[in-house]
Design a protein around this ligand. Structure first.
Ligand SMILES: O=c1[nH]cc([C@@H]2O[C@H](COP(=O)(O)OP(=O)(O)OP(=O)(O)O)[C@@H](O)[C@H]2O)c(=O)[nH]1
Length: 614
């Protein structure tokens, strides 16, 4: 699915989300939208009985929320934002409209009404386009709603009160949060899940596509289709070009009548649809994005290095001054860093306070179970340094990534070795489940993970397969430090650490050899060398499990060119990603048969082959 063009419709506009709901903020920032948050002060007290349907009530409330913010911002700044988004979520059951409970008794009334029955969740959404004419605010509103049906199980009194006492129901429509504990009350959902959570993202994208699609004038020549501009397959009718020319005025019919068409700030009026625009090459937005994409990476890596996400862990919103004090940095500099992190969807910003998004809590806090903090430090350190001198590497024919570690251990200090191991550990913990379960490995009783580093994958394998013994085989200096890492739930007597050199010398005997070294996915000749050694060492019938980082599926389909993930492509040594056919040929050429390849966790190719008899 080609998603970016839809959200990109709003890229050059000042977008405001008129909502205090953290769920809405997260849904939209996860989708890549950049926006400011200005919670609405509109009191949700419209007269429900005066609306023909519950959904009409939700839509009107959403619209009033957005208009209040547009009006207030216009008054304050004398310039309204370009787009204000408002939303309102309600639950409708048996002719009743349920909003957020006012107290525990109210929550009890709502939840007992929902117990054992089906109800509808409506989210009304208003997209208000603003423009200022002669100092006056002019608005056009596009509005819609989405309905999702939810069925609750029968809830016992005890369960009901336990849930209410958890505190979760209080700020949620209908008194439950389907995304958290409330999910346990739900028997089934029909429709958009995110609509229940507070924002119908799919419908919103379709509306954007519809709003920003300018129909071709009758008789006008057909539009040029630029190869670099992907067609939108799900969000139909999005046929304009990327970049500046895509900031066309919304289509007629998309917005309510009664005001001027909004346009992107700092741009001149778009030319008419008379073919002139079609003769212009598109502005190279993608190219410009590639050119300065490193800035976003550096912001993320720097925020990790300064432990911004650790400071915000498990705390309510903190101001820039609070964070600056804790990280020992200037308030101005910290505020700028935090604002960009919020733009990048790493932090939430509301009322001048910052807090971690779910992604940051999961992966950027240093002691999180699935932390990638170590990877960030490694990328910010040796990898950043190597890329700074990329020109030299190209001239000299060296690999693009510093031969990080096991390849050149004698050059590494213990700290450098640990830095690499932390990166590898984070990636392994993140992906171990997907690698371990991509195929049924239960027929194997012994495995050897070559370059197994801290043993994170080995621990997952023994957890999944109760009969399996796993040897972690890696350089002595790595094995020596591996004990300092928490690789699994606890020490397992079925995981053995054996020092040696995977690229020379004898390999420990095993039924299954595993190669999964994601943090230093090296050049082809290295992998081929290791595979040849496995092929020579293992008996006929032994297995080989190989896992590598893979481009997104759509890129793979487009010929593996990895057009839109250069970072992934060069995570290795600058080689193009392999497709399933290439794995098959590679392994068959090395004496393996029955080669199967699969994708796992959206980020990996996992391949399993069996050593053929010589
Ligand atoms: O399963 C879930 N259902 C609903 C929610 C959250 O409930 C609220 C709905 O309230 P409302 O639409 O009035 O939005 P507010 O939170 O008050 O924010 P505004 O400032 O936009 O008025 C909403 O937050 C949903 O996310 C949920 O979390 N799970």
């Amino acid at each position: 699915m080609l998603l970016c063009p839809v959200i990109r419709k709003l890229q050059h506009r000042r977008v405001v989300l008129a909502s205090s709901s953290p769920r809405r903020q997260e849904i939209l920032s996860n989708a890549g939208l950049r926006f400011e948050v200005v919670p609405s002060r509109f009191k949700e007290k419209l007269h429900k009985a005066s609306f023909a349907t519950p959904q009409a009530y939700a839509v009107e409330t959403a619209k009033q929320k957005a208009l209040e913010v547009a009006g207030r911002m216009h008054q304050k700044d004398l310039r309204a934002p370009d787009v204000v988004i408002g939303a309102d979520t309600i639950v409708a059951v048996g002719g009743l409209i349920l909003e957020k409970p006012v107290d525990k008794q109210d929550a009890y009334r709502m939840l007992s009404r929902l117990s054992g029955t089906e109800h509808s969740v409506f989210t009304g959404v208003a997209v208000v386009h603003c423009c200022t004419k002669d100092g006056q605010l002019d608005t056009r509103v596009s509005e819609f709603y989405e309905e999702t049906t939810v069925k609750f199980s029968e809830l016992s009194e005890e369960l009901l009160w336990e849930y209410i006492d958890s505190g979760e129901p209080m700020d949620k429509a209908g008194g439950y949060g389907i995304q958290a504990l409330g999910g346990m009350l739900v028997e089934y959902v029909r429709g958009d899940f995110l609509n229940v959570v507070g924002f119908p993202l799919n419908r919103f994208c379709k509306e954007l596509a519809r709003l920003y699609h300018a129909p071709r004038a009758p008789g006008a020549p057909p539009r040029i289709h630029y190869d670099s501009i992907p067609a939108v397959d799900t969000f139909e009718d999005l046929n304009d070009a990327e970049g500046g020319v895509s900031d066309q005025a919304p289509a007629n019919g998309g917005l309510e009548a009664g005001g001027a068409q909004p346009r992107a700030p700092h741009t001149r009026d778009a030319p008419d649809l008379n073919g002139v625009r079609d003769s212009q090459p598109p502005l190279p937005a993608g190219l410009l994005g590639l050119m300065d994409g490193f800035k976003a990476s550096k912001v993320l890596l720097t925020a990790c290095k300064l432990n911004v996400f650790d400071v915000l862990k498990d705390r309510g919103p903190l101001t820039a001054a609070d964070v600056a004090r804790e990280i020992g940095a200037s308030v101005d500099g910290t505020e700028r860093l935090l604002d960009v992190c919020a733009d990048l969807g790493l932090l939430q910003k509301a009322d001048g306070g910052y807090s971690n998004t779910e992604t940051a809590s999961l992966h950027l806090v240093s002691d999180a179970e699935q932390s990638l903090h170590g990877l960030a430090a490694y990328l910010d350190g040796p990898v950043w340094g190597a890329f700074t001198h990329l020109g030299r590497a190209v001239r000299e024919g060296a690999t693009w990534i510093p031969e990080p570690l096991p390849q050149a251990p004698h050059k590494q200090s213990t700290e450098a070795t640990l830095q690499f191991m932390r990166a590898s550990h984070g990636l392994s913990k993140l992906t171990a489940h997907h690698v371990a379960t991509a195929f049924d490995l239960s027929p194997f009783t012994s495995a050897c993970h070559l370059e197994g580093c801290t043993g994170a994958l080995a621990h997952k394998l023994v957890q999944e397969y109760p009969r399996l013994q796993v040897t972690v085989f890696d350089l002595p200096e790595v094995i020596e430090l591996a004990g300092g890492f928490q690789a699994g739930a606890g020490p397992s007597e079925r995981v053995h650490f054996v020092p040696g050199d995977p690229s020379s010398g004898r390999l420990p005997p095993a039924d299954l050899y595993v190669l999964c070294s994601l943090a230093h996915d090296g050049p082809d000749h290295r992998l081929h060398g290791l595979l040849r050694r496995v092929s020579r060492s293992c008996r006929a019938g032994a297995g080989l499990l190989l896992a590598e980082l893979a481009p997104a599926e759509e890129e793979e389909e487009a010929g593996g060119a990895a057009r839109r993930s250069p970072g992934l492509r060069i995570l290795g040594a600058g080689r193009p990603p392999r497709g399933p056919g290439q794995y098959r040929r590679l392994l068959q050429g090395l004496g393996f048969q029955d080669v199967q390849a699969t994708r796992a966790g959206d980020l990996l190719h996992v391949v399993l082959g069996t050593r053929a008899p010589p």
